[in-house]
Design a protein around this ligand. Structure first.
Ligand code: ZN
Ligand code: ZN
Length: 274
């Protein structure tokens, strides 16, 4: 089956989508059409090319990162969480091959897949089929699913506990259904927050930022950032992982709060003189 994958965002489409058209995800202001124009590939041709490889690395007990090299699409990291007898894939990547499937099956397979937002939907249905797992996506982002599947569970409301201590929270911002994952038992019970790019760790690793569009530098309103920071304050975590393998190793909760305050002051014009 020729299911086209956009080379810029890495999102796989249902095979009926025409090769000549523009990617819907890239065609709006939170992404971009490549300056070289729209380009498509398929998972089959990526495997055939033989140049891609996924690397699975342990981050700390119960947490693995999964990356494709050379980088493909947006180049995000997916994470694999093991908690007692429950294995979760947090966010997803486009490339998947027999070797990846074998390595993850050796680790215990995948019980569920959860997504932060549409930029990482990638080949999520391929992953769900390979591991016979459901995909959890907030219903507010339903319109951005380019390859429908019976395996997708559209959840609603503000929070969803997937398993004791593993909770999805819809905090919005970058996307209406923008979701973070609170893993209360992670990092020796100190708690871990997985943020995709709903919250991004910046160059100075003790700070984060919140954007409507990262590639086009469009900020979020102060009121939205304030609402996000109030929600995040209630969660249990000391460590934070974003989608680009940037990590705040300790006191991440304080980092989010001070970053939200700085961001709001910058927008209001009280942080500096211009
Ligand atoms: Zn795209
Ligand atoms: Zn994004």
């Amino acid at each position: 089956m020729d299911r086209y994958i956009c080379k810029t965002c890495g999102v796989q489409y249902e095979n009926s989508f025409g090769k000549q058209k523009e990617c819907i995800i890239c065609g709006e202001e939170r992404q971009f059409i490549s300056s070289n124009g729209q380009n498509w590939t398929t998972l089959e041709s990526m495997i055939k090319e033989g140049k891609y490889k996924n690397t699975i690395n342990i981050e700390h007990e119960g947490l693995y990162s999964i990356n494709t090299s050379p980088s493909f699409g947006i180049g995000q990291t997916a994470y694999y969480i093991q908690d007692k007898d429950f294995n979760l894939l947090w966010d997803c990547i486009s490339y998947i091959d027999e070797q990846t499937i074998k390595e993850i099956k050796d680790l215990g397979g995948i019980d569920a897949i959860a997504l932060s937002h549409p930029h990482y939907y990638s080949s999520q249905v391929e992953w769900a089929e390979a591991f016979n797992a459901p995909i959890y996506i907030h219903e507010d982002d339903k319109e951005w699913v380019m390859r429908p599947s019976e395996r997708i569970v559209f959840w609603s409301g503000e929070s969803l506990e997937l398993k004791e201590g593993i909770i999805l929270h819809r905090i919005g911002g970058h996307f209406k259904g923008g979701t973070v994952l609170e893993w209360k038992n992670g990092d020796n019970q100190s708690g871990v927050l997985m943020t995709g790019d709903i919250i991004r760790v910046v160059a100075d690793r003790s700070w984060v930022s919140f954007m409507y569009s990262y590639p086009n530098f469009i900020p979020l309103p102060a009121a939205t950032v304030e609402r996000i920071s109030i929600r995040i304050k209630e969660l249990k975590f000391a460590r934070l992982y974003d989608a680009f393998h940037r990590v705040i190793k300790e006191e991440a909760k304080q980092s989010v709060q001070k970053s939200a305050t700085r961001y709001m002051e910058a927008l209001k014009g009280t942080l500096f003189n211009t």
